[in-house]
Ligand binder design. Structure first.
Ligand code: CMC
Length: 427
């Protein structure tokens, strides 16, 4: 929809009129699509001012700290829904009826097993590999096992791939962990919930029954909900870019996993826990805060700041509550939680953080919860990837449903002009 125009005037040239598009919520965008044909490109490294696509899935108001999935506020979903219902909402746009939900759960639950030969694939990795490296490799390799439905131009194939990814990701994620500690893989159990099944595959062994603690199961479910989608972040944009060439969905999700791994993105939860461990006591906090503010020091407070949120990340609020619930249930007093809360308090009252609107993000408390559950920090980003898979798929499907156009950005070239080549190698 467009009723406003922007006029671009280049000295000595005729003005160019550009449409201004309005969404249902959020900023208007200037439609620059016609500029390229006129020999002009826009320049925006890091996409700080660029809407890369149109989407109906997730809305974020970073100034107000609002996150909506298909219009539903994240705190309501985290409190009154469950992960699979949120998956249904993200993928289909509406909250399911009971019958639709039951069908959806049955399909997800019936596809949790993976091809047995994939277990051999794991054995090609070193045991001390980072689980994210293994997850990335194995997810990409799934295309070699499920090539019966890989025609991305067929809607039914896209749907089958979506269910396979959603169903099998916890199985693969838990296998990454079991492989790293030298324990046998645990097969999925379809009588358990999505989160309960994952915890069972992580912690049960053939020699001892593992009973899923309902408080931990609920906490895991919440962690999954809070990480399910976050509009056009780096990994989601990566999935869309990879998918724009018509690449198969497993390759696209593997690309998303690779992007997520970086410490500025999903890798922050692991880095945040490492930082809290390094700080170790509240007495050391001022030194770390001083370093975070020092322009000559590359250290940053992990779990703080966000490209879009310039207010408290609404996911961090729920995560903080869940953190207390889990520690209470386990009867644990975690020194790191004390460090985290004091660090948050000090940073939120420091002019450096206030002026730059740096608040705790989703990763600030998640590591403490996962650690209390007995999950090693190397698995934190794997769990983030497992949770985000539904968001990636929802965006990948939406892109295909809307009609794909290959993502092909241009550049501001600042290299050499054309010059003569003469080899300097010895004859
Ligand atoms: N600690 C100290 N200073 C910071 C921090 C931080 N965590 N984050 C930003 N700043 C400063 C930065 O130095 C800059 O200062 P100045 O204006 O004086 O140069 C200013 O704040 C703006 O920072 P920016 O790097 O331009 O902001 P950005 O939008 O490009 O980066 C970010 C966003 C999330 C990469 C960054 O805040 C960061 O590195 N945070 C720590 C890593 C982290 O927790 N990431 C998880 C993000 S949430 C989960 C997810 O989406 O995956």
């Amino acid at each position: 929809m467009s009723d406003k125009k922007v006029t671009l005037t280049l000295q000595g040239e005729a003005p160019v009129e550009l449409d201004v598009l309005h969404g249902t919520l959020g900023q208007d965008v200037v439609d620059v699509r016609t500029l390229g044909a006129q020999g002009l490109f826009t320049y925006d490294p890091g996409f700080t001012s660029t809407a890369s696509c149109e989407s109906q899935i997730t809305y974020i108001d970073g100034d107000e700290g609002i996150l909506l999935h298909r219009g539903f506020p994240i705190d309501q979903l985290a409190t009154h829904s469950n992960y699979l219902e949120v998956c249904y909402i993200l993928l289909n746009g509406e909250a399911p009826t009971q019958a639709q939900f039951d069908d959806f759960c049955t399909t997800v639950t019936r596809h949790t097993m993976i091809h047995e030969q994939i277990t051999r694939l794991f054995h090609g990795f070193r045991r001390d590999s980072h689980p994210m490296a293994v997850l990335c490799g194995v997810t990409g390799a799934l295309a070699a096992f499920y090539h019966d439905s890989l025609d991305v131009n067929i809607e039914r194939h896209r749907e089958i791939a979506a269910f396979r990814l959603l169903s099998k990701m916890p199985t693969v994620a838990a296998m990454c962990y079991k492989y790293s500690i030298g324990q046998p893989f645990v097969y999925p159990r379809n009588d358990l919930s999505y989160a309960g099944n994952f915890l069972n595959m992580m912690f049960s062994t053939p020699c001892e029954e593992y009973v899923v603690n309902p408080v931990l199961e609920r906490a895991m479910d919440r962690i999954l909900i809070l990480h399910a989608d976050h509009e056009q972040n780096a990994s989601t944009s990566t999935v869309r870019t990879a998918g724009s060439s018509g690449a198969n969905p497993f390759a696209c999700i593997a690309a998303g996993i690779a992007s997520l791994w970086g410490p500025a993105h999903g890798g922050a939860n692991e880095a945040c826990l490492r930082m809290l461990e390094e700080i170790s006591t509240v007495e050391h906090i001022p030194e770390f805060v001083r370093r975070a503010k020092d322009k000559n020091d590359s250290f940053r407070l992990m779990g703080f700041g966000h490209r879009v949120y310039k207010n408290y990340d609404p996911r961090a609020t729920v995560m903080r509550e869940t953190c207390h619930e889990v520690l209470n249930e386990l009867g644990m007093k975690d020194d790191l939680l004390e460090v985290a809360m004091e660090l948050e308090h000090i940073a939120l009252n420091d002019p450096y953080f206030i002026e730059r609107k740096l608040y705790p993000n989703v990763d600030f408390y998640s590591g403490i919860i996962l650690k209390a559950m007995g999950i090693p920090s190397s698995m934190f980003t794997v769990i983030f990837a497992m949770a985000r898979t539904v968001g990636w798929i929802a965006h990948w499907k939406e892109m295909h449903d809307d009609g794909i156009k290959i993502a092909r950005p241009r550049q501001l070239y600042t290299g050499y002009e054309a010059r003569e080549f003469s080899s300097q190698l010895k004859e």
